[in-house]
Structure formats: C-alpha cells, structure tokens
Design a protein around this ligand. Structure first.
Ligand code: PLP
Length: 458
C-alpha cells in the first residue's frame, strides 16, 4: 500500500533523470527500500542482486558499517565547513592528500565537486584558465570521442557524444568536436587493435588540422572505457597512444574516470592499467561509493603551477558551496580504507570470475560480443552473428530486458540498442557473481522467446 501511494506521488511530482517523462508516467516507479552488500530489496520485499551497483557507483557495496559511522561522526562533530575564506576541514584535507598520493604521476592537486558532471564542467573552466594563463587564449576547442559520456552540465553535455543529450538542448557548441569511437566490435577498420589505434590517431590529427592546428585546440577528453556509450573497451595501447599524441601536439589530455576509477577495472585509477599520466582526471561515483554525493578533479602539478602563477594574488573564480564537503570527505576516507583494505583485491578476483562467466555465454544464439575489464562488462545482443544485426527496436530491449532481469532477481543496465551492462559492487562473493551469470542466462533464454526477436532471428 505504502509503495502504491509513493508511486503515485512520484508520478505527480518527481522528475527522473534521463527518462521519458510520458513513458515514466505510464510505467511508474519501482521502489527500492534496502541494500546490503551486493543485494537490494524492492517495495514488494523482493531481494535482487545489484549487478549494476546502483548507477555504477556503489563500488564498496551497501550498508558498510564503517562508512555509516564515519558519516554519522562527521555530521555530529562538524556538519559543514566552507573552503572559502581560507577555511577547511580535516577530512577534506586528509582525503585530498591520500588521493594525491594514490593518483598517477604528478596529479597532486585535487578539487572536490558534487558529482561527475560538475567535475567535467570545472575541468573545462580550469583548462580555459590554464591556456589563458599561458598566453594562448586562442586554444579553445575541445575534442571528445563518439559514444563518449561526460555528464549533462551545460558545457559537458556537448562533450558527451550521445544524441539524446544534444537534441533540443542547443549543444554541442561550436568549440566542441568529436572523432569516431574505437569500438572494436563495429569498427569500420575492423578489429585489429593496431589498425584501430592508427585510425584514432589519424582521426585526431585530422580533426586538429581541420580546426586550424594545435594552436587552436585546448584538450582531448576521453574515458578509459566508454561507459554510457555501451561499455566499449579500447584496444590495449589505445590510451597510451592518444596520450602520447596529445603531448606531442601540446594538447591537454583528460581522462574521465567517473566510472572507471576506484576499483571498477581493478586498480584505483584505470589509467594505471596502461601506465598513463593524464593532465587531468575527473572522478565521482566510487569516490564515495554512492553513500553521499562527491566528485573530484585531479590536476597535474604543471597545470596547477601555471594557473596559480597566472592568477597571482587574484582569486581563481571557480567554486561551489559544497566543494570539499566534510561529510562527503569523511565518507570518502572510510570508503578508501575499504578499497585499500582488501576490496580492490576482492574486486580483481571477482572481476576475473565475472568476465569468464559472461564469456561462457558467448555461444548463446543472441550473443554477438562479450567485453569488459574487471568489474565492468557488457554483452551485446544481435539477431545475426555474421552481419551483427542489432535486435529490433520493436523488441524494446531497454525495458523488456530490464524487466525480465528484474523478474529473475537481477538488476542490470539494458541499453536501448541491445547491450546488457554489468558493474557489480566490488564486495561480491563468488556466489553473487555466479548468480549474476546464471540469471543472465535465463534472461537471454527468455529474450530468445520474445516474438519480436524470433521474427528477426536469422
Ligand atoms: N563522466 C562520465 C564518464 C560518466 O559516466 C558520468 C556519469 O555517469 C559523468 C561524467 C557524470 O557524472 P554525474 O552523473 O555524477 O554528474
């Protein structure tokens, strides 16, 4: 009963992110009430394994007592401290120092935000300020990658390369550009890793040329693994090659690790997988494991020094009331303790099991591609393995597959073009992972029985 009245209130008053508003009015909300470890409970008392860690953010798992205690203690002692007027709080300083220590290379300076979108937005502003301070204000253009996602702030949504974030919103702006994705499964140059890397390098060089040369280009913004674009993993060496090219061209290289950081692919930062040191890294999500909102911009020392010298005694006019919020920072420290105290290691082991388990479904008639790294994975469905024909829109993959999984007690992400996404909490047990795989098999079998799929199957 309570659930029913909440669904009604939700329908009338709560606007949901990235939703069809009319569709949501019809379908109504599914209520979540509890979470423990890798499991959540819905409004009807059903227990589900959360194969997507909320929105790929609850990396440490639900209900961790040390995180709850840290937040409670901090709220009791000091619920808020501004960073303005030269003030600060102990957890914010300690978290910045520990993160700087753990981050690759000279990424020694941390600016805290409220989430990923404003981490991207802050970075765009810092990049502009940097080039201005270097006396090169004409370096204005940003380049990102098709299928990339960089949040939905006014500026970030234009770097995002997914049409739903553009249409009707007046973005991208004329300083925002894209090169094709490195997608290994559907790349026009084929699936040879070297050829894909070469194609991306050439595309970036050509784009820079088109824009009048590197003296007009500010930055290249990229995810180590494209998340919201369908969990697209670049070939090994792709990130390093692009990083090297940007350094040659004197273009800032920015890694958007909002999804990939904090153990999602194994280490604390995915850039560590390829030994890369970007000029900036943007993060959020796993930083506080979804317990409270927080994001972070990591800035390399050479960028920081230019901005600091450029401003001199003047204020660098960028800030938010809740930057470096002490409760979020206390949560961040508690979560970091968990990661470094064994969760990263567990995530590595479970990640291997997840990848192997999902790969074992490759022979299923609907499975075209299985890909991923660590605790981040995808299955791409097709109706014809040879031609890689996508499953038809009439089969409504986003809703029907999501619903089937839910009925099996599994939360996953179902992308509208027939991709199943996985990002379970790092605290999963072997049984949790095996359940995710077994329930996925059931979902695939049920999907095979869908008349709209059957009609398209070859
Ligand atoms: N950047 C990337 C790579 C993301 O995946 C996301 C969110 O999924 C964002 C930025 C935006 O983060 P938020 O939703 O916290 O604003």
């Amino acid at each position: 009963m309570l659930a029913n009245s909440l669904v009604e209130l939700d329908r009338n008053h709560l606007i949901h992110p990235v939703a069809s508003w009319r569709g949501h009015e019809q379908a109504g909300m599914r209520l979540l009430t509890h979470g423990q470890g890798a499991w959540v409970r819905d409004g009807e008392g059903r227990e589900l394994i959360d194969g997507f860690a909320g929105l790929w953010c609850v990396n440490a798992g639900y209900g961790q007592p040390s995180v709850v205690e840290a937040a409670t203690r901090q709220m009791t002692e000091l619920c808020y401290a501004t960073g303005y007027f030269g003030l600060g709080s102990e957890p914010a300083v300690r978290l910045a120092a520990r993160l700087a220590e753990a981050a690759p290379g000279d990424l020694d300076h941390v600016y805290f935000t409220l989430g990923g979108s404003d981490a991207v937005d802050s970075t765009i502003r810092f990049v502009r300020y940097y080039w201005h301070a270097r006396g090169l204000p004409q370096k204005q253009h940003f380049i990102s990658v098709e299928q990339g996602y960089h949040g939905s702030s006014t500026a970030g949504a234009g770097l995002t390369a997914l049409s739903a974030f553009h249409e009707g919103f007046g973005v991208p702006y004329d300083w925002q550009h894209r090169i094709p994705t490195h997608d290994l499964y559907r790349n026009p140059v084929g699936d040879d890793p070297q050829a894909v890397i070469e194609a991306s390098r050439s595309a970036l060089m050509a784009k820079v040329e088109d824009l009048g040369g590197a003296e007009h280009v500010a930055a290249f913004y990229v995810e180590p693994i494209q998340g919201s674009g369908g969990i697209l993993v670049p070939p090994a060496g792709w990130m390093a090659a692009m990083r090297e090219l940007c350094a040659e061209l004197d273009i800032l290289f920015i890694a958007d690790e909002v999804i990939t950081a904090f153990g999602r692919t194994g280490p604390l930062f995915a850039c560590a997988d390829e030994g890369i040191v970007p000029d900036f890294i943007t993060t959020a999500k796993g930083l506080t494991s979804g317990y409270v909102p927080m994001g972070a911009v990591f800035m390399s020392d050479h960028v920081y020094q230019v901005i600091a010298d450029g401003a001199g005694q003047a204020a660098v006019g960028h800030g938010q009331t809740y930057s470096a919020h002490p409760v979020s920072a206390a949560v961040g420290l508690a979560v970091l303790d968990l990661y470094q105290g064994g969760l990263l290691e567990n995530g590595r082991i479970m990640g291997e099991r997840l990848q192997a388990g999902l790969a074992s479904l490759s022979d299923h008639p609907l499975v075209g591609d299985v890909r991923g790294r660590g605790m981040l994975a995808a299955i791409e469905l097709v109706t014809d393995k040879k031609t890689k024909a996508r499953i038809p829109a009439a089969a409504q993959p986003a809703t029907r597959i999501f619903d089937r999984a839910w009925d099996q007690g599994l939360v996953l992400r179902a992308f509208g073009w027939g991709v199943l996404g996985y990002a379970p909490p790092l605290c999963c047990t072997t049984d949790d992972i095996d359940q995710i795989v077994a329930r996925t098999k059931k979902v695939l079998d049920l999907t095979l029985d869908d008349p709209d799929i059957r009609a398209a199957l070859r």
